[in-house]
Design a protein around this ligand. Structure first.
Ligand code: SDX
Length: 431
């Protein structure tokens, strides 16, 4: 019988030592189970959760040092090359790749839920036409909880599954409507003739006046982007969905909270920020100046699309995204795309620079995704919306895993209090 590993926390002030069990997962680093610590009356302190595992999960695994990413054990490179996005959705939600029969059934379940309640369209009219699409996404996806609130017992697995199917099916429709409202074009209804990704492009770019035909290579490129962005362990937005869900909140409201968290430029907003950064750099000749700024701690400028909390090697998704860049730009005859040339030169220079090498700062998934989206004629303000469409399956799969976990408790972190000591109220005349 393997000896149980214990970490003993000893104190130099006579406080009795505390024994903390060490837990091992299927893969990856061991964790120190600190639940016993509460009896010492002390807490751990870890702003940003640099050294904290918030939960156990069997969905996604990242080896940051080696640059590996597995969805339910399958390497992301293989899924990006061989799987469809709906196969990946089935894998993340149910735990395995579907048989042909299950795949056909799952696709049907999604296909016949892509329409939204007609009244949902009136929500868009409350926004200014130039509202950022992510602001509209937060509002409209959150509003789904008003349409389904009474048909949802989160402790009923069948209700959880229907909510997941509704979100996977409807988020692309809502996202395309954000774009159409922004441009003043009429909303396009989903068309059941098309596959999931092609349907999204149809709702984005078709007009009621003529048939729409998407380039299959571009459809596959966007599908690959969806696959690469589907899930990523306990990132900021997924942790937001889990924390909101731990209170028993409606999954639509939880996913709306995840969309809000994803919007930040340090997270899902980075793909939009990369293009803005490349635009600001303007020319390859200016790259050294901006690399110098990124290294200057007195300058808030950072190289967007570089660095990652977990990856201390190249993000495996960035490699696939770079290849997709080549394919899409070649297909569109944009081989000499200035942005792409700048991005590759920026990557080359940064990866040779001691500052980036020492801090293990490599390009992440957002570094190249924006260049592909721009080539697909997706407007800049829709880049993070594309990320949200993809990550919806990750959020709802992680939410479902948490809700079905018998150990589920409301998330309620503690704090290190640095405020005032107790003091009595002072009448205003004496202040
Ligand atoms: C995503 O969590 C996920 O999994 C996220 C994601 C997902 O799929 O969900 O992978 C998607 O969000 C990818 C990351 C996209 N964000 C960006 O590209 C924005 C630019 N990157 C940085 O903001 C930063 O690297 C983070 C936010 C990604 C990571 O921040 P950390 O882990 O808190 O690292 P840090 O800020 O403590 O940086 C460590 C050091 C610091 O320097 P020193 O204090 O040691 O001198 O590295 C420096 C930082 O200044 N640094 C950078 C840098 N990123 C970190 N310096 C210049 N440019 C950068 N991009």
């Amino acid at each position: 019988m393997e000896k149980k590993r214990i970490a003993t926390l000893s104190f130099n002030d006579g406080t009795p030592p505390v024994e903390l069990p060490i837990l091992s997962g299927t893969l990856g680093p061991d964790v120190i189970d600190i639940r016993n610590l509460a009896k010492t009356g002390m807490f751990t302190y870890d702003p940003g959760y640099l050294s904290t595992a918030s939960c156990n999960s069997g969905i996604t695994y990242i080896d940051g040092e080696a640059g590996h990413l597995y969805y339910r054990g399958y390497p992301i490179e293989q899924l990006a090359e061989k799987a469809s996005f709906l196969e990946v959705c089935h894998l993340l939600l149910y735990g395995d790749l579907p048989t042909q029969e299950k795949k056909d059934e799952f696709e049907r379940k999604i296909k016949y839920r892509t329409m939204v309640h007609d009244q949902l369209m009136t929500f868009y009219k409350g926004f200014r036409r130039d509202a950022h699409p992510m602001a509209v996404m937060v509002g409209v996806v959150g509003a789904l909880s008003a349409f389904y609130h009474d048909s949802l017992d989160i402790n009923n697995p069948a209700h959880r599954e229907i909510s997941a199917l509704r979100l996977i099916a409807k988020v692309p429709t809502i996202a395309a409507m954000c774009y159409r409202y922004n441009t003043g074009h009429p909303f396009m209804y989903p068309n059941n003739e098309f596959g999931y990704v092609e349907n999204f492009l149809h709702m984005m770019f078709a007009t009621p006046c003529e048939p729409y035909l998407a380039n299959p290579k571009l459809v596959r490129a966007l599908e690959r982007i969806f696959i690469l962005h589907a899930d990523h362990e306990q990132n900021a937005s997924t942790s937001t969905v889990r924390l909101a869900g731990s209170s028993g909140a409606n999954p639509f409201a939880c996913v709306a909270a995840g969309i809000a968290a994803l919007w930040g430029p340090a997270h899902g907003g980075a793909n939009e920020a990369v293009l803005k950064m490349l635009d600001e750099i303007g020319d390859i000749s200016q790259i050294p100046k901006y690399v110098a700024r990124a290294k200057d701690r007195s300058d808030p400028f950072r190289l967007m699309g570089f660095g990652h909390r977990v990856y201390k090697n190249m993000d495996p998704r960035a490699k696939v995204m770079r290849e997709t860049c080549y394919e899409v730009l070649a297909e569109l005859g944009l081989q000499n795309d200035k942005m792409f040339e700048m991005a590759m030169e920026l990557e080359r220079i940064a990866l040779q620079d001691e500052y980036f090498i020492e801090r293990k700062l490599y390009p992440n998934v957002d570094f190249y995704s924006g260049i592909v989206l721009r080539a697909l004629k997706v407007p800049l303000n829709m880049f993070t919306v594309i990320f949200a469409i993809a990550r919806t399956i990750g959020w709802i799969s992680q939410w479902n895993e948490m809700i079905s976990d018998s150990e589920r408790r409301i998330g309620r972190p503690r704090q290190l209090y640095l405020g005032q000591q107790r003091r009595d109220y002072v009448p205003i005349a004496e202040r």
